[in-house]
Design a protein around this ligand. Structure first.
Ligand SMILES: [Zn+2]
Length: 323
């Protein structure tokens, strides 16, 4: 009797086991189908996002929406700032650490400035940038060297040096270079009130646009110092740097040349100052060297155009390596 009961129990258990296996199989099947569907819709979503982004890159007058920025713009660069501002008015001291940093404002793409079609987008390129000029003594021979080597640069000029040197700016742009805004008086923007910001940023932008006819006037804040409030006064892309030659500190052409030779890479933004004779001496040596190494020397607008489809307002650029 007991044996019979045990046998029946065993059969019952077997049946239950079968049921459990069946139910489990159904659950697994449902999960597989659900994951498949979800994965597919996710894929579709990211594809449409990509198409959207491509369209925006191509049509650079369109306003991009906040959601599209996340892929290639990071917001970790809290120290492109005023942590160690120096009293030396010719010096930039902070070191931007990321490629691109987005501000909190919505991005408005700009029409780009003249872009040379002699540039090969598949070959390495660097942006030489010269701050605090122009200099009636030094900028001219720098422009000669750029021209001789089929190279372009970006000049972040200050208002008090532009006055009386307008022809230098016009020549620079005529020869394919770009003029950027480095404020009217080389002020630390994060310590100014709204009237000061208008005078330093907005008025200086207008001065440059009037002289050069450029549609975009890239801006480099002195000392790299910007914050969210300062950004609301800026209507152009913000250009920081990735290689600080410290030319203003060493005032030594050989040291500046060596610094660039050791640190240069594809997409680098190199910081120098054309108000110093030693810096221009260094540039005159490094320009043919960079050319021999296969680097194309391009303006910031050219670098942005060939590497990201155009520079955008509200973004802080520290370097533009190939994507
Ligand atoms: Zn400066």
């Amino acid at each position: 009797m007991e044996y019979e009961i045990a046998k029946r129990k065993h059969r019952k258990r077997k049946r239950r086991n079968k049921e459990i296996v069946l139910v489990f199989s159904i659950i697994v099947a449902v999960i597989v189908v659900a994951v498949g569907l979800f994965g597919n819709s996710k894929l579709k979503k990211s594809n449409s996002g990509k198409e959207n982004k491509d369209r925006i890159d191509n049509d650079i007058t369109k306003v991009t929406d906040e959601g599209e920025k996340s892929s290639d713009e990071v917001n970790t660069n809290e120290n492109a700032s005023d942590e160690n501002p120096t009293e030396d008015s010719s010096a930039e001291t902070t070191q931007p650490s990321t490629d691109e940093t987005s501000g909190s404002e919505t991005t408005v793409a700009q029409e780009h400035n003249a872009v040379s079609d002699e540039i090969d987008p598949n070959k390495p390129m660097v942006a030489l940038t010269f701050d605090d000029g122009p200099s009636s003594e030094n900028t001219g021979r720098l422009l000669d060297a750029l021209k001789e080597n089929n190279a372009h640069a970006t000049f972040f000029v200050v208002g008090y040096n532009v006055d009386g040197n307008e022809e230098i700016l016009k020549r620079a742009v005529q020869e394919g270079n770009e003029i950027g805004n480095h404020t009217s008086n080389h002020s630390k923007l994060t310590s100014l009130d709204d009237a000061g910001l208008t005078s330093e940023i907005v008025n200086m932008r207008q001065k440059i646009a009037d002289i050069t006819g450029q549609s975009t006037v890239v801006i480099r804040p002195p000392y790299g110092a910007v914050d969210d409030h300062v950004m609301t006064f800026i209507t152009d892309p913000v250009v920081l740097w990735s290689i600080d030659t410290e030319d203003w500190k060493t005032r030594n052409a050989a040291a500046t040349v060596q610094n660039i030779q050791q640190n240069v890479y594809d997409g680098a933004i190199i910081l120098m100052h054309d108000i110093h004779a030693e810096s221009v001496d260094a540039a005159i040596q490094i320009i043919p060297w960079l050319r021999e190494q296969g680097y194309q020397m391009v303006t910031m607008s050219e670098l942005g155009y060939y590497r990201r489809g155009g520079l955008q307002t509200g973004i802080r650029y520290g370097a533009l390596p190939p994507e």
